[in-house]
Design a protein around this ligand. Structure first.
Ligand code: ZN
Length: 223
């Protein structure tokens, strides 16, 4: 247990929700911050709010629509058909340029105002969609930048950085929130809660991890 306060950047999806409960285990006081950045499924912010209410975690949300419109992407622009998978020549158009850079920078200022210097994010580079701002190098670099920018000692925690989706399900189970994460969170790009549509890139990754985890759990029921 860290004897400190933490702020979780929460989207209402599988990863950040698992991180919320990880933070509750490791920090004395936890609060959560969500962003409305023009995502098509703003209901994820309501989901994040409801999960926090149930978990007794103070919840905040900020409107930052600029982030969704600065760089062209299919998560905020309905007129762009969503890439089903990563194109060979670059990033999928579900990549929102600068999103984690902005989110974490805003979160750091928001946290600092409240005397919080530990920030938790659900990014990871094991089962990721190729987004550069989910990588460990980026997080370390940003952590140094935030410290220099505000002359503080922030710590960005990434409990899922080296976990694949199956291991992320295992962590949710270990934390006693497997069903909550499975049925209440929103990861689907089509906005369907829980197991989602099953077919969009986000659902595919989530479902394959879940199936792998459930197979392992069945094979090792004592775990
Ligand atoms: Zn889906």
């Amino acid at each position: 247990m860290y004897a400190r306060k933490a702020l979780v950047v929460l989207s209402g999806g599988q990863d950040s929700t698992t991180c919320l409960f990880w933070a509750k285990k490791h920090f004395q006081q936890v609060s959560a911050l969500s962003f409305r950045y023009g995502q098509q499924h703003e209901s994820e912010v309501q989901i994040a709010h409801d999960i926090c209410a149930e978990a007794n975690v103070p919840f905040f949300s900020l409107n930052v629509p600029l982030i969704g419109t600065l760089g062209s992407n299919s998560l905020t622009d309905k007129s762009i058909p969503m890439d089903a998978e990563k194109p060979a020549d670059g990033l999928p158009n579900t990549f929102v340029p600068g999103r984690n850079l902005f989110f974490l920078s805003i979160a750091a200022v928001f946290a600092r105002e409240r005397g919080i210097f530990d920030i938790v994010t659900g990014v990871g580079q094991t089962d990721f969609s190729g987004y550069p701002d989910c990588r460990d190098t980026f997080i370390h670099s940003l952590n140094v930048t935030l410290n220099l920018a505000m002359d503080e000692t922030f710590r960005i925690h990434t409990p899922l950085m080296w976990k694949d989706k199956a291991e992320t399900w295992a962590l949710a189970d270990e934390l006693g929130v497997f069903n909550l994460v499975r049925y209440r969170t929103l990861t689907c790009y089509r906005g369907i809660v829980g197991d989602g549509c099953g077919e969009c890139p986000a659902c595919k990754l989530r479902r394959e991890g879940l199936e792998k985890y459930l197979r392992n759990r069945q094979a090792n029921p004592s775990k």
